[in-house]
Each structure stands twice: as structure tokens, then as C-alpha cells.
Design a protein around this ligand. Structure first.
Ligand code: FRU
Length: 679
């Protein structure tokens, strides 16, 4: 292409488009390449605010060039100056309003930092006097890239407002580098060198999924509530980013959502490294470990003999440790192991109290060599079983049964009401891959009347365990999102989001329903409800607004005549076709049939996050938890689930694509989430 001609032409056009605004029309030559056409509306590089109207005191009289007195370091702005409302600290208020300009390009890209107060520490775009887009900072002095898609207002007159109407903590806003562009911003812009990332804010750090501060993590272990907190122990390598040196890491939370990592709880010993297991509250002091007024917590775990030099030649065995300070420090039982090897690689005891028989029950993974079948190495193949043991005191265990189906690693067994009716319960048994059976448990063995049923249709769900001794019989499941990749991060691997479990009868039988715990609302930062045009036309229906990297998104549609419906979410197509009733995402298929309004459960959030959408009849409903490196998709109220790890393309797009006929109706709720790592 002839750059000089097109440069001249675009310069000429830009001058016409942006009267009254610093129209530094440019085609930035970056690294020898010419970037897409764009108009810089302002960069706040002058001695004052130019044509912008200033009200209040918060913005002072001129752009800031760095942190103001009492402000933490500010980074990420472009050039020397930026707009800061920290003059007069958090208390001061004010507003900067741009001259009017014409929306001749589709995107407004800019940099924003500071407070997160929706509508009060924000950047707004006004078209014909009405706010059509708004974005807040993220309680971070760093200015991050943001983009508004303004395509639907093409040709209209607009103004930008930078607002500080909030006087509490984080009552200020930073903004800079407003650019109209043909392309959405691809972060990062060329910026001032960014400051070191604040705690748990690295580029690929999940913001509302648990990760170890550093190094490797796998299975959740020892899930219990004690001392007013939820405890999450986890398989951890404190020495490296790869699996090894298995140790129990430990974190606590007031609400299953915000976690604080503490010291490792169980370290490798002469019996082996610390593989998966569970924790119980020994209310009746059956094991005799209690030393204070509160019941002891008892961990029942696998010591993986032979996985360390210290345990060379030892088999796998089941061991105990106890804590008399609500799980913060642990003592190994001197009589370990309490259950010697019964098969091949026995592991992952998940102990619970069985009230009808007044005994502890331990489902355990046991590999049973089967002489009738030869493995590839010529040795007998191993049959993967779940075996049951019971004990009055957690120390002596009796074998009571072996489940007839094949279960590999991390068995879980819980009792749940069917359709919310506590007088009609069923037991559910699952293995590490999440597949489950529904049936009956008599205190000795489990007998299935249905299953195995796929528990998760994604590639990244493994070794889930449940908080199964919570008040109100609430059962909360959390899985390890096995196999995500986190290049250059200090940590490796993440947990899934905790889910409430319930059983629901369906035409296919009783099914396990999973639904994100409602405590997720503790992280909600903003909510946006959108109804698409009715009917929704064939083609691409783009949705505007800034697309955050953390979202709790609900999408519902009645297909009408549409043959295919696709939600394009940050570069990931979620494609549904009417013929199969399936959802295809990242190479996997999740059943997603048109369902009656009665199927599945909906979340129940108070205002302003609710009231919830009452499901439409005969609709398809997806709830999608989007974090920086994961997507969890709950179909039709949680009757099918898919867990995916992925590294997003930095393309903050959101669109509904309709093919083959119009969509009867469709709607979307977008809730953005704050980081769970910030106080
Ligand atoms: C499942 C698993 C368990 C074992 C643990 C070791 O992911 O293999 O069977 O206890 O991980 O880290």
C-alpha cells in the first residue's frame, strides 16, 4: 500500500472529524509497522486541560505527572501527563468534560485507574446527553487499557466525562490517552514501565479462583468448616512449579470465595509424601485427640511410601494427624499408619460420619491386580476400585465392601435430597474424573441404580472433593482445574470455583446439579442487563461496554427459527446448534437442550445484583464464570457443566451471532467481579 498517500488522506479526514479536540491524527509507526488508523482525542500533555471543562476541585487545574501527595505510586499512563482526581485526596470531588466530538471510529480506547465505585469514580461516554458507556478503575493506581465499542452510535456527537463523585476510600480516578480507533485496544499499549504487580495481580493470575501463592497445586484436600472459617487444604509442592514433594498446603476463607494462604499443614515424613485425604471434626472425641474445649480436627491422608528417599521401600498407607487449634498446626499420630496397604497404590481416603450406624466411613481408592488381565508391561492389569472401611475411632478400620463399578482416584460419596425434599435422599459416588453414580449406601457398601454419568464435559475438571459436613446439609464441591498452563507465572494450576450440589429428577433419571456458590456476590462490582432486539436478527449482534477479564455472565435465548446461535466471548466461540441441542466450546461438546423453565436452579442475589431472571419457558440458559485463565459453563441451571482453562486472546469482544433464522428473544446479564485477593 502507498503509505504516504493514505497517511495524507487520513490526516485530512481526521482534521475534519475532530473539531475542538486535540486532533493529533497519526498512523503510529511502531517497530517498522504502521498501526491501524486512529485519532488521539487527548493525551493530557499540555499545561492545562485545554478545551475540557473542569468542575469541582478534585482534578486541580492541570494534568498530573505522577503520584500526588499521599498517593501510592501511579503507573501505566502515557507520556508525561494524565488526569488525576487526587488533588484534595479521596475527599475532593469534580468532573472533567471533553468538548463535543463526532464518533467516526468504532472504538474509544483509553487508560483508566483508581476507584471502583460504579457511576462515581468512572469514565463515561455521553451521546446526545445520555451516558451510554461507563467504566471504573479497579482499586489500583495503575492505568489499565479499556475499550468501548461505540459502533452503534456511528456518526453521532459525543462527549467524554471523567467523574469523581465519591468521597470514601478509593474516591479518585486516573485517566489518560483517549483514542478513537478502528480497532479495539490490544493491551498493553506502549506504556510507562509498569510498577511491580500488586499481590496476586500477575497477567495470568486467576482473580476469583484459588491458586497457591507460588508453586504447584493439585487436588483439594481436607475440606472442613472449623473456627468460623472454611478450610481448604491442597496437594502442593512448596519447592517447585511441577508436581512433587507432596505436602498439604492450607488456606482459609470466611466465605468460600476470598482465600488466605497459611503455612503448609502436613509435610512429608518417613511413611511417604502427603497424598490426598480428608479432615473431620471429631465432635465426640472418638479418637481421643482432643486436648482443649473444642473438638480436635483429624486428618486422614495417604502417606505415599516410596515417593521420597526417606520412605524408600515403603508401601502406600493411610495415616492420621490431628489439630487442636482449628486446623492451623498439626501433630502426626504416633501409631501411624492406621490402615496398611490392602491393594496397589491405595489412596485418597474421604472419611465422613455415618450417623445411622454411628461409625466413621472411609471410601478409598484401591488398585486391585487382576491376574486374568495382563497390562502392557506383562504384569497383571490393575482394576480400579472404590472400597469401603468403617471405624468407631478413626484408628482401627474394617473392610465392609467394594463398589461394583470402576472408580479411579479420589472417590467422593455424599447423601443429598432429591428435588429439595429432605425426606427423599439418594447417595452419589464419584471418581476423580467427575463421572458419578446415583444409588444407595447402607453404611457398608454403595449400590448404584444409575451411572456412570458424565460430571463435567470440559477437559479441566479433576479430583473434586466436597465440604459435606456443613450446616443445613449444604454440600459444596470444588475441583482441581487440571492441566491449565500459566507461562512465566510464579504459581502453577488453579482450583475450580466452589459449587453447591443438589439432585434433581429428570426424564433421564436423577441427575447431579452444580451451581456456583451464591457467595460469589461478595465480589460483584457492576451489573449490566441487556435485552437483545426481539426477534434477534441473523448476523452478528455486538454487545458494547467494556468487557472485563472477570465476569459472571448469564445468557438466555429462545431459539425461534435460528439454526445456530453463537456467543463470542473474549475470542472464544460458544456455538449452539438447534439440530443437536449441543453447545460446542474449545473443542468439546456439552449437551444444552431447550429446557422448560422449571429445569435447573437459578442464583438468588439481592438488589442491586438481582432479582434474578425468572427462566423463560423452552429456553437455553448458560451461566459462564470467566476468569483470567478459565471458563466454567453451567447449562440450564447447572444440569450440565464444562470446565475449561484457556489463555485469552487479548480481544475484549462480546457478540451474539445468529444464523439460519431469527432468534425469538435473547438476554444477557453481565456482572463484573473484583479480585478476591484484595482486602
Ligand atoms: C489425583 C492424585 C491422587 C493423589 C494425589 C497426589 O490427582 O493422583 O490420587 O493422592 O493426586 O498428588
Amino acid at each position: 500500500m502507498d503509505n504516504s498517500n493514505s497517511n495524507r488522506e487520513s490526516r485530512r479526514r481526521r482534521r475534519i472529524r475532530c473539531p475542538g479536540i486535540l486532533a493529533l491524527g497519526i498512523l503510529i509507526a511502531a517497530g517498522g509497522r504502521v498501526s491501524a488508523a486512529e485519532d488521539i482525542l487527548t493525551d493530557f500533555e499540555g499545561p492545562d486541560f485545554g478545551g475540557w471543562t473542569v468542575t469541582g476541585d478534585a482534578f486541580g487545574t492541570a494534568p498530573a505527572t505522577g503520584a500526588l501527595p499521599d498517593q501510592a505510586p501511579v503507573g501505566g499512563f502515557r507520556g508525561r501527563g494524565f488526569a488525576s482526581s487526587f488533588h484534595g485526596r479521596d475527599k475532593a470531588t469534580g468532573r472533567l468534560t471533553s468538548p463535543e466530538f463526532t464518533l467516526n471510529r468504532r472504538y474509544l480506547n483509553f487508560l483508566i485507574g483508581g476507584g471502583e465505585e460504579v457511576g462515581a469514580t468512572c469514565v463515561n461516554v455521553l451521546v446526545e446527553g445520555a451516558v451510554v458507556r461507563s467504566a471504573t478503575g479497579r482499586e489500583d493506581e495503575f492505568l489499565n487499557t479499556a475499550t468501548f465499542d461505540l459502533g452503534e452510535f456511528a456518526g453521532k456527537k459525543a462527549r467524554i466525562e471523567i467523574v469523581d463523585a465519591f468521597t470514601g476510600s478509593w474516591g479518585h480516578i486516573n485517566a489518560d490517552h483517549f483514542v478513537l480507533s478502528d480497532t479495539a485496544a490490544v493491551p498493553p499499549f506502549v506504556q510507562n514501565p509498569p510498577p511491580p504487580p500488586p499481590f496476586h495481580d500477575e497477567a495470568l493470575r486467576p482473580q476469583f479462583h484459588f491458586t497457591a501463592h507460588s508453586n504447584w497445586l493439585n487436588d483439594p484436600n481436607g475440606l472442613i468448616r472449623a473456627g468460623g472459617e472454611y478450610h481448604l487444604f491442597f496437594q502442593h509442592n512448596p519447592q517447585g512449579r511441577e508436581w512433587g514433594n507432596m505436602t498439604w498446603g492450607h488456606a482459609t476463607s470466611p466465605d468460600l470465595v476470598r482465600w488466605k494462604e497459611g503455612d503448609p499443614a502436613l509435610l512429608p515424613d518417613r511413611h511417604g509424601t502427603m497424598f490426598s485425604g480428608s479432615v473431620v471434626v471429631d465432635t465426640a472425641n472418638t479418637a481421643g485427640f482432643q486436648s482443649g474445649k473444642d473438638p480436635a480436627l483429624v486428618a486422614i491422608y495417604t502417606a505415599a511410601g516410596g515417593t521420597s528417599r526417606e520412605s524408600e521401600g515403603q508401601p502406600f498407607s493411610q495415616c492420621l494427624a490431628y489439630s487442636n487449634d482449628q486446623g492451623h498446626t498439626w501433630t502426626k499420630f504416633e501409631g501411624n499408619p492406621v490402615l496398611k496397604a490392602v491393594g496397589d497404590g491405595d489412596r485418597d481416603p474421604k472419611v465422613f460420619w455415618h450417623a445411622p450406624s454411628a461409625l466413621w466411613v472411609m471410601p478409598l481408592y484401591v488398585g486391585v491386580p487382576d491376574p486374568a488381565r495382563k497390562g502392557r508391561d506383562g504384569k497383571p492389569a490393575v482394576r480400579n476400585t472404590c472400597q469401603f472401611f468403617t471405624s468407631p475411632d478413626l484408628k482401627s478400620w474394617t473392610h465392609t465392601g467394594t463398589f461394583a463399578g470402576e472408580v479411579y482416584e479420589c472417590p467422593g460419596l455424599v447423601e443429598l435430597p432429591v428435588d429439595g425434599n429432605s425426606s427423599r435422599t439418594r447417595w452419589v459416588l464419584w471418581g476423580a474424573d467427575g463421572a458419578y453414580w446415583v444409588g444407595v449406601f447402607d453404611g457398608r457398601n454403595f449400590v448404584a441404580d444409575a451411572g456412570p454419568v458424565t460430571g463435567d464435559y470440559g477437559p479441566h475438571f479433576y479430583a473434586a472433593q466436597a465440604w459435606d459436613a456443613l450446616p443445613d446439609r449444604r454440600v459444596v464441591l470444588i475441583g482441581w482445574m487440571r492441566g491449565g498452563v500459566y507461562p512465566d507465572m510464579p504459581f502453577n494450576q488453579q482450583m475450580g470455583f466452589p459449587m453447591d450440589l443438589s439432585l434433581q429428577s429428570s426424564t433421564q433419571g436423577i441427575r447431579l446439579v452444580k451451581w456456583p456458590v451464591p457467595e460469589i456476590r461478595n465480589l460483584f462490582a457492576s451489573v449490566l442487563r441487556e435485552d437483545l432486539p426481539r426477534p434477534t436478527p441473523v448476523g452478528t449482534n455486538r454487545l458494547g461496554g467494556a468487557i472485563a477479564d472477570t465476569l459472571d455472565l448469564e445468557f438466555e435465548f429462545q431459539p425461534g427459527d435460528a439454526r445456530e446461535v453463537r456467543l463470542d466471548l473474549r475470542g472464544v466461540p460458544l456455538g449452539w446448534d438447534a439440530a443437536s441441542g449441543n453447545l460446542r466450546v474449545l473443542g468439546k461438546t456439552i449437551p444444552s437442550p431447550v429446557a422448560p423453565g422449571s429445569v435447573g436452579r437459578r442464583s438468588d442475589f439481592p438488589a442491586p445484583w438481582g432479582p434474578d431472571l425468572v427462566p423463560w419457558d423452552r429456553s437455553v440458559r448458560w451461566r459462564i464464570l470467566v476468569d483470567r485463565t478459565s471458563l466454567e459453563i453451567f447449562v440450564n441451571g447447572g444440569t450440565a457443566v464444562g470446565s475449561f482453562c484457556w489463555i485469552p486472546r487479548e480481544e475484549p469482544s462480546l457478540a451474539v451471532v445468529v444464523e439460519g433464522g431469527t432468534l425469538a428473544r435473547a438476554r444477557l446479564v453481565r456482572r463484573t467481579l473484583k479480585s478476591a485477593w484484595r482486602p
